[in-house]
Ligand binder design. Structure first.
Ligand code: 9MR
Length: 361
């Protein structure tokens, strides 16, 4: 399946053109269809203003063929939802397992998608041997260095960016009391970035978190930290705003200005895990409100030159982390459970197309 079931107008023209070419027996008709179809994808629209549009994927979803096929045609980038995390990549101390991450990298390469690496250091999804152990600072530092060095080296040249440290701040802008912070103090962040850079001089190094899209204590803390890291010569290339949003909480306050101030530090900014959930059941008004918010979020990124790309955290309501975590909520993505476009698809596409025209003109 190469086209989403509900065709766009451009898709219908492409189909008509293909039929004509097909009737004429023209060689290369399939390639023409492919190009014309791809001209309507979110990633193609994003590319026209120099960005990518991606979606996360979790390994079991690759077995859902229609889902994996559409992921491969519509998007330019993917992020493994789980299998590059510590519990997956180093399940026993010093024993590395790249099967899951490699499966996604291989899939992505076969479809021409780039890969965002997620994530080297996080307080969640750590292996039991790490969380149940008692470590001195020296021991934990060497464990962390070994982990980062191994994983980054394995994926060198295969991922274009790493979420080096994920969710290290509390809502009030203090450091999260993770095993790393408790044992090593705040310096572990700079160390992690330096070890990642040493293992791969080219990959883009990010800090990544949720609830940082708006201005406020948490994003202020990152702003201050990143400014300090830059002043100290610590390698950092980007700031990832996850953007797990919800209709009931509204549009993040001053999102564009917030993206801009990080860009002004000399950083790339990316929306790394975008979804916009709602209280179920859906209705046309909520879907319209969601579409409006998706369009405005996309606009906020595209208004900032260094906002380099947008990744949705899965693209269809068929596969989403939200229903089990927020009971009674869901329907957060631009495609519905049957892989049909929701109104949000159109507002995202319109926003991307407008940025492409602006770039051209
Ligand atoms: O999508 C991931 C889900 O499958 C896992 O069960 C969950 C476990 O914590 O992690 C999800 O991804 C998270 C991401 O790694 C970091 N930001 C929040 C995401 C949603 O929980």
């Amino acid at each position: 399946m190469r086209t989403p079931p509900r065709r766009t107008r451009a898709g219908a023209y492409a189909l008509a053109a293909t039929l004509l070419l097909g009737l004429a027996g023209a060689p290369g008709a399939d390639a023409a269809t492919d190009r014309r179809h791809r001209a309507t994808t979110l990633d193609d629209l994003a590319q026209k203003s120099g960005r990518y549009f991606g979606s996360a994927v979790d390994n079991p979803e690759l077995a859902d063929t229609p889902y994996a096929d559409l992921l491969g045609t519509e998007f330019g980038s993917t992020t493994p939802g789980n299998t590059m995390k510590w519990e997956a990549t180093e399940p026993q101390r010093g024993v590395f397992n790249y099967a899951g991450g490699d499966e996604i990298v291989n899939y992505a390469q076969s479809k021409g998608l780039s890969v965002r690496g997620h994530t080297l250091l996080w307080h969640n999804q750590l292996p039991g041997w790490l969380t149940s152990g008692t470590w001195t600072a020296d021991e934990l530092r060497s464990i962390l260095k070994n982990h980062i060095t191994n994983v980054v080296t394995h994926y060198k040249g295969k991922v274009f960016a790493w979420d080096v440290a994920n969710e290290i701040m509390n809502e009030d802008g203090t450091y999260r009391d993770s095993i790393f912070y408790k044992t090593l103090g705040p310096g572990y962040v700079a160390d992690a970035l330096r070890w990642a850079r040493a293992a791969d001089p080219k990959v883009k190094l990010y800090l990544n978190d949720y609830n940082v899209e708006a201005t406020g204590a948490k994003s202020d803390a990152y702003y201050t930290l990143i400014k300090r890291l830059k002043a100290d010569g610590v390698p950092i290339d980007g700031f990832g705003m996850q953007a797990h949003l919800a209709l009931q909480y509204g549009f993040p306050n001053q999102m564009q200005q917030n993206i801009q101030r990080f860009a002004d530090l000399g950083l790339d900014v990316a929306l790394t895990e975008l979804d916009i959930r709602m209280i179920l059941p859906t209705d046309p008004a909520k879907l319209a409100q969601q579409a409006d918010m998706y369009g405005r979020v996309t606009d906020a990124c595209l208004a900032v030159r260094r906002c380099v790309g947008i990744t949705v955290w899965g693209y269809s309501d068929r596969h989403s982390w939200i229903p089990p975590v927020f009971p009674g909520e869901g329907a957060a993505l631009p495609w519905d459970e049957n892989l049909q476009h929701k109104p949000a698809y159109d507002t995202i596409a319109a926003s991307l197309a407008a940025a492409a025209r602006k770039k051209k003109g």
